[in-house]
Design a binder for this molecule. Sequence first.
Ligand code: SAM
Ligand code: DTB
Ligand code: SF4
Length: 331
Amino acid sequence: MNNQATVEHPVSLNVQIKTCPSPVWTIDVILELFELPFLNLLLKAQDTLRAHFIPNAVQLSTLLSIKTGNCSENCGYCSQSKRYQTGIETQSLLSTAEVLEAAKVAKAQGSGRFCMGAAWRGPRDKDISKVIEMVRAVKELGLETCVTLGLLKDGQAKQLKDAGLDYYNHNLDTAAEYYSDITTTHNYQDRIDTLKDVREAGLKVCSGGIIGMGETRKQRAVLISQLANLDPPPESVPINNLIPVPGTPLASSKPVDIFEFVRTIAAARITMPCSYVRLSAGREQMSEAEQALCFLAGANSVFYGDQLLTTSNNNSESDQLLFEKLGLHGI
Ligand code: SAM
Ligand code: DTB
Ligand code: SF4
């Protein structure tokens, strides 16, 4: 995987064009990245991207909430916790037919990956059987598959792998030291343990975090170091900008300065050179120029399609227009 490879197709992102280094990333070194002059940081990040990926190609992932709301957990940012009055419409597990319908639309719109999210602390065994059926059906369409179901119990990751699942999304979300300010119904180690199970089952890992939950810059650097020092680092790294949902404890969080958000994307790109860095939730609230800065800082993936889980996303027409203006192409 780490060998020099030749590029055969100009839009393929799945070809590494340079050996992937994996040094240990200390918090101090990551903080030094954050402290670089903005333009130096962006240049370094874009150089890193171009050493490992085909420029201007953006991986497109479409999300579907397969089970919405009524979650037992108390994650302070989340509209789906049953502890907060957020006014969302709850929905029990969708049928495979409903999921397949949405996946067909995603494929027709040009998405390469279909990500199914469930508002669970973790799935029960009978839930896993139903999700497996969905994964099989979506995979048959020729899409990559990803699920995010919460904490996994022994053997569940392996069952998903055997069904043909490609990616498991499970975010560390913030620095370990700040996690208990955000959630108290499970802990950081629980999340690390699930990531370990996922990796050991041979699944690709999708793990990132949320920026703008009141964390310090140092805590952002700690999150990036935690992700970059996973061995190997996650193949996919979603960087979410907090969507402050009314009714949640974080509803009135102060938005993070856009340049600080872009710096975080750049730090993720530089420290995880061979990973897809996804400009994730919160993109709809950004101007076109702000999104372009994120791409310059090395983001090479987005959520594509009008809906995230319970909140809206940029519509695909406006994304296509933006991609045209910037000379980007979706894969
Ligand atoms: N229940 C599972 C879990 O917690 O892992 C999967 C679903 S959960 C909604 C998936 C991820 O969405 C969270 O880890 C968080 O990073 C992101 N997320 C949820 N609400 C968000 C919000 N309001 N703003 C930004 N990101 C959010
Ligand atoms: C991720 O990092 N972001 C996505 C996905 N993984 C599951 C979810 C974003 C959710 C935004 C809030 C909502 O729509 O409820
Ligand atoms: Fe539940 Fe996941 Fe939301 Fe936490 S982030 S409340 S576990 S759906």
